[in-house]
Write a protein that binds this ligand. Structure first.
Ligand SMILES: Nc1ncnc2c1ncn2[C@@H]1O[C@H](COP(=O)(O)OP(=O)(O)O)[C@@H](O)[C@H]1O
Ligand SMILES: [Mg+2]
Length: 369
């Protein structure tokens, strides 16, 4: 901020000048105000890369005021000893036409556009940098989502293909088991049979999960849904050495879309697993269910001892597309979909978390009748 006395002095000096000078001064201020109102980063450079004009946004990028950086080579602000490869200057004879490039500078993605101008009989260039980090992230996410949805289709196709030969394996093994009772091969056949049954369960779960049908309610046991979902992911959880604790209470059957509830629980498990691997410690996920007779509400809790959620992130986690994960790992859609599904069942999903200690998600499902 300029001191009041400075401004008074300036006004006094202006008062002494000719009306034409005053007019030019006012008009210049007007233009400066306009370019300062632009939130993109704008600077004009001469043939020596020195800044002739700039706006507040660009100067603030370096914690400076526009007046402080006039006539400085622009690249020094970026702590460089020479201009960037994209920073071109118009040739006095040939000039050049405007152009745009995308570049990452100091971890921010910019669209950098350049327009040649003639300034006071000299060639100069106007540069406008627009922060496109968020736009790029959203674009990457859309590509990723697209890939995910084709993966969903692929999964259900593969699951169907595997299902048929698997039925054959199970049928023939059963036949052989009947014919070879008390045979020395019975033990091996039993192994084949058990493994095939396990494969069938996995395939069935995959099919249930990837089928995209509208909400189809049926009366189901909540504890069974939790179990089935864990089963779907158990192999992976075992390989990452995460301990699973099941603490199921006596809960009544509920009329829900079991596929959708499964989707909610699976997302909570995957989130917990990510949080645990980020914390790097010995992981534990606890599943709990209980019923409150007074409010006729079924509670499902999923608790982990992962890295927890910082207080400033906590209010955003149910927002669509909010994620703290890299693009190939998170879509930011899991919890917002979960929230939608639970709300559709007339319930709520809440979170409690302590940074560095862990997170607890609580789903409350009312007994609707
Ligand atoms: N169990 C958890 N522990 C720590 N952070 C979590 C947990 N669950 C969710 N989060 C945070 O909430 C964000 C949003 O989750 P979600 O909607 O499932 O999207 P995604 O998992 O794709 O990032 C995550 O990026 C993460 O920062
Ligand atoms: Mg998720």
């Amino acid at each position: 901020m300029r001191k009041e006395t400075d401004m008074k002095e300036e006004e006094h000096e202006l008062g002494q000048q000719s009306p034409l000078f005053r007019q030019i001064h006012t008009s210049q201020k007007w233009w400066q105000n306009i370019i300062d109102a632009i939130t993109d980063y704008l600077f004009v450079i001469d043939q020596n890369y020195k800044i002739l004009r700039t706006n507040k946004a660009f100067a603030n990028l370096f914690d400076r005021e526009p007046a402080d950086i006039i006539m400085k080579p622009y690249y020094e602000l970026f702590e460089l000893s020479e201009p960037h490869e994209w920073c071109l200057l118009p040739d006095a004879k040939e000039g050049f036409s405007s152009r745009s490039v995308e570049r990452t500078l100091n971890n921010t993605d910019y669209l950098i556009s350049c327009y040649p101008i003639n300034y006071d009989d000299h060639e100069a260039a106007v540069y406008i940098m627009r922060d496109i980090t968020e736009t790029r992230r959203l674009k990457d996410q859309v590509y990723h989502l697209d890939k995910l949805s084709s993966l969903g289709t692929l999964t259900s196709g593969v699951a169907h293909e595997i299902n048929n030969p698997l039925t054959g394996i199970i049928g023939y093994t059963e036949m052989l088991l009947m014919k070879n009772q008390n045979d020395k091969n019975e033990k091996y056949l039993r192994n084949v049979y058990d493994s095939a049954i396990r494969c069938k369960r996995i395939v069935e779960n995959m099919l249930t999960f990837s089928r995209q049908t509208p909400a189809q309610k049926s009366v189901v046991k909540i504890n069974d849904i939790i179990d089935k979902t864990i089963e779907l992911h158990e192999y992976w959880l075992k390989s990452t050495n995460i301990e699973l604790i099941r603490n199921y209470g006596d809960v009544p059957s509920l009329s829900v879309d079991h596929q959708q509830i499964q989707q909610v629980i699976l997302n909570l498990i995957i989130n917990a697993e990510h949080a645990i691997s980020e914390a790097g410690g010995k992981g534990r996920i606890e599943f709990k269910s209980y019923f409150d007779a007074e409010s006729k509400t079924t509670f499902i809790e999923v608790a982990d001892n992962g890295r927890g959620i910082p207080p400033d992130v906590l209010p955003k986690i149910f927002d669509p597309f909010f994620t703290t994960k890299p693009v190939n790992k998170g879509t930011g859609l899991g919890l917002s979909i979960a929230h939608g599904i639970i709300a559709e069942q007339g319930g709520t999903i809440e979170v409690k978390s302590t940074s560095g200690e862990g997170t607890l998600f609580t789903i409350k499902l009312p007994q609707l009748n």
